[in-house]
Design a protein around this ligand. Structure first.
Ligand code: GRF
Length: 191
């Protein structure tokens, strides 16, 4: 398979990963998914990788909650390098990447976040937007830097907050936007 070599990292169900792999399969996204890595052994994203016959790997994260243990992060970088990955695509990866990964892939790590950054970084951003009484929120694709959801913004998509919205309904609506936006951004970067 040709195209820009990408590695996808995620901790959850993998709906963004699926949208990206579908874009590659239907030929609209010129990328080569070299591997999918998760810090969660039974994450849906690993199932999706198998469904699309993409090499996939679970890396035990160690004992910390918000970062990978140094050894685990070394393993991550090694796997990405072995797979000759050019771009690292975070798709629901719930740990903060540190220097080893950031220096191995300078300006080559992307993330999608469920808010219109710089508003509402961090966890459960849709709940933050709802609690703040916003009428519009959305999603953001951005470069990853050493901060939390603080890197340079590449593209955003607005999503309305409806009267009487629940957190679950809003999150689902944002995710529909994410599944369009992320493949679109990658298409631009992989041309
Ligand atoms: C998405 O909502 C994304 O914004 C956030 O994590 C979630 C991942 O969902 N970073 P999925 O695993 O791609 O379904």
């Amino acid at each position: 398979m040709g195209g820009v070599r990408i590695g996808i990292l995620g901790s959850g169900k993998g709906s963004n990963c699926r949208a990206i792999l579908e874009g590659i399969r239907d030929g609209s996204l010129y990328a080569d998914p070299r591997l999918v890595i998760s810090d969660v052994a039974d994450a849906g994203i690993l199932e999706i990788a198998r469904e699309f016959s993409v090499p996939n790997e679970y890396i035990p994260p160690g004992n910390y909650r918000t970062v990978l243990e140094p050894k685990a992060e070394e393993t991550l970088v090694q796997k990405l390098r072995e797979a000759a990955v050019e771009w690292v695509v975070l798709a629901g990866f719930m740990r903060i990447l540190k220097t080893p990964t950031l220096t191995a892939f300078p300006h080559r790590i992307l993330n999608i976040h469920p808010s219109l950054l710089p508003k509402y970084p961090g966890l459960e951003a849709w709940k933050q937007a709802l609690a703040a009484g916003e009428s519009v929120t959305g999603c953001t694709v951005h470069y990853v830097d050493a901060g939390v959801d603080s890197g340079e913004i590449i593209a955003q998509r607005e999503v309305p907050i409806l009267p009487n919205d629940t957190a679950a309904a809003l999150h689902a609506r944002i995710q529909v936007g994410e599944r369009e936006l992320y493949p679109e951004v990658l298409k631009q970067l992989c041309r």
